[in-house]
Design a protein around this ligand. Sequence first.
Ligand code: HEC
Ligand code: HEC
Length: 227
Amino acid sequence: MSLPGTNDHPGDYRASGCSSCHVVYANDRDPAHSAGYAAFGHSGTSATVDPTIDRSQSGHPIKHVFTRSIPSSQCMVCHMHPGTNMLTTYFGLTWWDNEIDGDKMYPAKQKNPSEEERYRSSLKNPEAAAARGLWSDDKFLEQTGTPEFNKQLKTTRFADFHGHGWLYRGVYAHDRKGNWLDKEGKQSCTSCGYSPRKGDAMHGLSLRAGQSWKRKSLWRATRRSRN
Ligand code: HEC
Ligand code: HEC
């Protein structure tokens, strides 16, 4: 708590001490986590009117003020260990296992990083697989949580924040054979975990908006099957 964030990825932008919670930074564009702050993006840029602050530079608070309106995205900037900890489970997420939908995450031809490349990658992401994957590239990593990127995934959806350079994925209800279940606990669309119903326009549209809706209903389905 006494150190500021590393300020190098979405999900790592923060101050320290009292301001680590009370001064809000733009870290996550999902309104389910950031509420009214979602519109300010995920790149730690400021929306201040102060002319001395560079608004295109990452690492500045949205506004240079203390607030009592603290979004849960502001807790996530510290509580990322071990990826299954209280914040991600509250969001309906868990650490990506470095495998699911891996065809979109590794280069087509296996990359064998040199010692120098491994070292460079570990400065930003302490997890060793990153040196082999595409997500060691900040530009690639930043867009993994967008609807455009998520749309091409078969099995999961990534979150919009990447504290420590990590990836967090949605957790969806499925049966013991791996079939996705809808909110009634019935089998649903195998490729995306969503079951389209008559008059329902969610399928294929905004994944971010659809995702929270989906998570909520799947959570209910899971609860029902447990009871
Ligand atoms: C871990 C996050 C966190 C840290 C660190 C933190 N706060 Fe808070 N603080 C909160 C939250 C959450 C609230 C409740 C906001 C609300 O009203 O919903 C709050 C409320 C407050 C309030 C308002 C109390 C009221 O009666 O409305 C004050 C004042 C405050 N904090 C001061 C501080 C000071 C000073 C520090 C540093 C010593 C600090 N906070 C550190 C999370 C934090
Ligand atoms: C600046 C980093 C930071 C931020 C931001 C932060 N926390 Fe924490 N939090 C910590 C640390 C470090 C600990 C462990 C303290 C210890 O064990 O002495 C902790 C502990 C906790 C615990 C106790 C966990 C346990 O197992 O005992 C809870 C609950 C918690 N935080 C909730 C929150 C919530 C809610 C927010 C957002 C309002 C938040 N934290 C924001 C750093 C942070």
